[in-house]
Design a binder for this molecule. Sequence first.
Ligand code: AKG
Length: 368
Amino acid sequence: MAAKSNVENQFSFSCSFSVQELVKEPVKTIPQHYVRSDHRRPAVPSPTGARPNQMLPIIDMNQLVAGKDSDLELQKLHSTCKDWGFFQLVNHGVDSSILEKVEQEVEGFFELPLEEKMKFKTREGGAEGYGTTERDGGKFDWSDRFYMTTNPVHKRMPHLFPELPSSLRNTLESYILEVQKLGEKLLCFMAKALKIDEKEMMEYSEDGLQSLRMTYYPPCRQPELVMGFTPHSDSTLITILHQLNGVDGLHIHKDGVWLPVRFLPGALAVNVGDTLEIFSNGVYRSIEHKVVPNEEKERMSVAFFINPKFEATVGPSPSLINPHNPPLFKRVSLDRYVEGYFSRKLNGKSYLQQLRIHDNGEDNSASA
Ligand SMILES: O=C(O)CCC(=O)C(=O)O
């Protein structure tokens, strides 16, 4: 058999590193390392039996802050975090010009030649940087990502955020300031609804660990065979998601079924993460979600992850715990919690289950 030429080698290397590169050539057969085993495939509704995507519940930030029915809106926020763990936020205060700029800049980043993007590639054993992600069973998600810590600023990897093209970096800096403010406000409203002192919530989360992921999902002719993003819940307090170009694809796991969801143009999606489920002692629920690629269109998103501060202990809020409401989760330092999350392959809510205290009341946090 003839040896592969350099060009062929280069092409197969690029394709194994980037799905975006792979689809630049017409893909006749989806490579096996993207094809999920039968029980891990997304259930994609057939076009004839397709149900319209479910509209996520809407929370109006203006109503929460100053509306005449702000108590009602707070109640709605509370019940949505309990029942859905996912909502879309309107009148969120992030200027539409910033949202549009983020869209342009992130799109511009993914359009860069591969060798430019490879300067940011994920390093051996690390979680941060640019690349595709291997999942359980050696399969890869049908997406390219760029994940990085953004706060505390001294935890930013010197070869990632500071080295981004300056217009992307400046745009992300402006966006981050906006979503940080928004996240703080939302967490305070959630604390209020949970009857936790807002000061306690602020002390827990202010200037906390924050990170950002930009994801590019190329179109896929056979979306039923692949996974754009493997089912998972976020390890965060909350995540704020900007679906950049209005192409749907997010599915959430609610009441035992996967629901494809859609948002209003300009809305931001917010979801409860595992640490908030733990902090609220199980009152709020983090929600498993996944992404199924679109058959014809590319999809892009930016997720902003808000976590407790580094010195914090992940555990139920002390002000919620009493003899009638014992802790449902173990306590573990944020460092160990994050390390545990990233050292496992993503698998739905399995990490959260590990932190659950069993019926015998045992709190063996050393094993978490
Ligand atoms: O792209 C999306 O809609 C979801 C992304 C996501 O779940 C993540 O980045 O953790």
